[in-house]
Design a protein around this ligand. Structure first.
Ligand SMILES: Cc1cc2nc3c(=O)[nH]c(=O)nc-3n(C[C@H](O)[C@H](O)[C@H](O)COP(=O)(O)OP(=O)(O)OC[C@H]3O[C@@H](n4cnc5c(N)ncnc54)[C@H](O)[C@@H]3O)c2cc1C
Length: 423
């Protein structure tokens, strides 16, 4: 991968981007293309690219580049563009604080502890995986229990196999991708166990990672105990009832030396919390308006830090908007404030942004709570769209043209996704 590190940091930048994953890179590009330069982009890893660097499978860029790329290829395309712009990249640098005056403090072997003033700050810190502790699986604490992302890093970047016989808990995309990867590397994958009655990953990953490799998917089933002293020796799994309580009388044991947990991502918001940003309890990320502006002036956010995305193309699209908006903030060209709050209604787990304006085009992202075969997306009584098939693992995106809201004069709009009778 082409890489770039800045040798000297300035004391002030019009724009500082925290995180150099796909969100950070697209945001930095959006900002420079909108005339804000120089931009400083900071990441604690040795290379820019974020989670993409360990995703060596294909499936990235289908929307954005109209090509099927691997994660590193997708990152490389952005990095090549970044190097043509006035963007300083500080890697191996951990941002430890962003204060209310938009001073960003970083620590790095190259620069020591430095505080940099920013005209605007873009938060693009991504997400981290939930661990075994988050769902308190009973049992012993042997080696061999790890998140699917850790296993991905071990196999794809460091060249180690995590074990020989694995069980995967959770049918999120990382677990599905790792079920296939481990099988290809010669590990026996006994099955993927999902507590919900429906899978949580993209449909294409269920087909390409499980069905194509004959890996069983057990829905409404979970791991109830881990056994082993030094190393995992077996796990007990059990079906769950409608309220997700395990039916222990129907439990069975599976011999294995590895348990991968793929039980969701949590937006990485420690910096947002210290900054006092308003956090949406539904997304666990900062609340943003239609320009990706957070509740604190001059602080913007994009990517998995705001809400967990299914595909990277949406991350890039959202971050480009955030970068352009941050540039507009620095040059005092911000559009008028939003005038409508969006309210998640029936079968809508959350929507982003949380507010929109009647005078601009918007893309709204949302996720459903339950799968529906034929459904109807309803935005108050001003807009309706038929949807074919919705599942919690796949984001729904809705492009709203300005004219759509002409007839609406309230200040809040409810979004529902309702069952639809087949026509
Ligand atoms: C395992 C896996 C498989 C996936 N597969 C696909 C796929 O096949 N197709 C697809 O389209 N999408 C896929 N995705 C989704 C996509 O990769 C993510 O949505 C995307 O990477 C999120 O981008 P991001 O920039 O928000 O976060 P990240 O990529 O996580 O980047 C965040 C960056 O911020 C840095 N950072 C965080 N905090 C700090 C700090 N305090 N100081 C300095 N740096 C910091 C981190 O080091 C990291 O580099 C996958 C995701 C995962 C996890």
């Amino acid at each position: 991968m082409i890489s770039a590190r800045v040798s000297q940091l300035r004391s002030a930048y019009p724009l500082v981007v925290v995180g150099a994953g796909p969100a950070g890179m697209a945001a930095a590009l959006g900002a420079t293309e909108a005339g804000s330069a120089p931009v400083l982009m900071i990441d604690r890893e040795p290379e820019p690219g974020g989670i993409l660097n360990q995703c060596i499978h294909t499936g990235f860029g289908l929307h954005h580049f109209k090509e099927e790329l691997t994660g590193p290829e997708y990152a490389q395309r952005y990095l090549e563009s970044l190097l043509e712009h006035d963007i300083d990249i500080s890697t191996d640098s951990d941002v430890v604080d962003v204060d209310r005056e938009r001073r960003v403090t970083l620590m790095s072997p190259d620069h020591g502890v430095r505080t940099i003033s920013a005209g605007a700050v873009l938060l693009c810190m991504g997400a981290r995986e939930r661990t075994r502790g988050a769902i308190r699986i009973p049992g012993t604490r042997p080696a061999g229990v790890m998140t699917a992302g850790t296993a991905q890093k071990l196999v794809n970047l460091l060249g180690y196999l995590p074990g020989r016989r694995a069980v995967i808990l959770g049918s999120g995309d990382i677990g599905l991708i790792m079920a296939r990867r481990l099988t290809l590397e010669g590990v026996e994958v006994c099955g993927v166990f999902e507590i919900m009655p429906h899978p949580n990953g993209l449909s294409r990953n269920i087909v390409q990672c499980l069905h194509d490799f004959d890996i069983p998917l057990h829905l409404s089933t979970t791991v109830v105990e881990i056994h082993g002293s030094d190393r995992v020796e077996r796990v007990t799994v059990a079906p769950v009832d409608e309220e997700t309580w395990p039916c222990l009388d129907k439990a069975w044991d599976i011999a294995c030396d590895t348990l991968l947990v793929s039980i969701g991502l949590i937006p990485e918001n420690e910096l947002s919390l210290t900054l006092g940003l308003r956090i949406d309890p539904l997304t666990q990320g900062p609340e943003v308006d239609s320009t990706m502006h957070t509740s604190r002036e001059g602080v913007f956010a994009a990517g998995n830090v705001v809400h967990i995305h299914d595909i990277v193309d949406y991350v890039s699209q959202e971050a480009l908007l955030a970068g352009r908006s941050a540039a507009a903030f620095v040059s005092r060209r911000m559009p008028p404030a939003d005038n409508i709050r969006l309210l998640p209604g029936d079968n809508v787990a959350y929507c982003v942004p949380q507010t929109i304006s009647t005078d601009r085009e918007h893309t709204i992202y949302l996720r459903v709570r339950h799968p529906l075969e034929e459904s109807l997306l309803r935005l108050g009584d001003v807009y309706e769209r038929k949807l074919r098939y919705v599942v919690p693992g796949e984001m729904v995106s809705l492009k709203l043209r300005p004219g759509v809201l002409d007839r609406f004069h309230g200040d809040a709009l409810r979004i529902d996704i309702l069952p639809r009778e087949e026509d």
